[in-house]
Design a protein around this ligand. Structure first.
Ligand code: MG
Length: 156
């Protein structure tokens, strides 16, 4: 068994789609980034890479590479999972928390879980997604960005 953690933050701006856990969520702003800036999926990728001892997302998918411009981050998760699974690892479970003042993410939680579980070839009951605000405090509380933290356990 091996464990890894992931953490990511992206800035919220006008004129971008908000994509979290592979779900496009109606909101007046979206996350800025080289990819679709799916902060939740990025934190899961980093946790997977961390557990397998394979570095981090920036090492494998640099934000200077045009191949990854505006890429759907579920594709990055699929590529990350390939790196991990071809080394003989499978997913035990993943637990993630999204930090966002708005919008409310609860209605999208099950779809996010299923999206991530499908890519990781596991059941949705092994993927947990939580959401919290920061009670109006700091950059996330002011609505300047959204953050995410993940832990993934792998076996192999
Ligand atoms: Mg990121």
């Amino acid at each position: 068994m091996r464990i890894g953690t992931g953490y990511d933050v992206h800035r919220l701006v006008s004129g971008r789609k908000l994509v979290l856990g592979g779900v496009t969520i109606p909101f007046e702003k979206g996350l800025l980034g080289h990819s679709d800036a799916d902060v939740l999926v990025h934190s899961v990728c980093d946790a997977l890479l961390g557990a397998a001892g394979l570095g981090d997302i920036g090492l494998h998918f640099p934000d200077t590479d045009p191949e990854f411009k505006d890429i759907y981050s579920m594709k990055l998760l699929a590529m990350t999972y390939k790196l991990v699974s071809e080394r003989g690892f499978s997913i035990v479970n993943a637990d993630a928390t999204v930090f966002a003042e708005a919008p409310k993410l609860f209605p999208y939680r099950e779809e996010m879980r299923k999206n991530i579980a499908d890519i990781l070839e596991t059941g949705a009951e092994r993927i947990n997604i939580k959401a919290t605000t920061t009670e109006g405090l700091g950059m996330i509380g002011k609505g300047e960005g959204i953050g995410a933290m993940s832990v993934v356990l792998i076996d192999g």
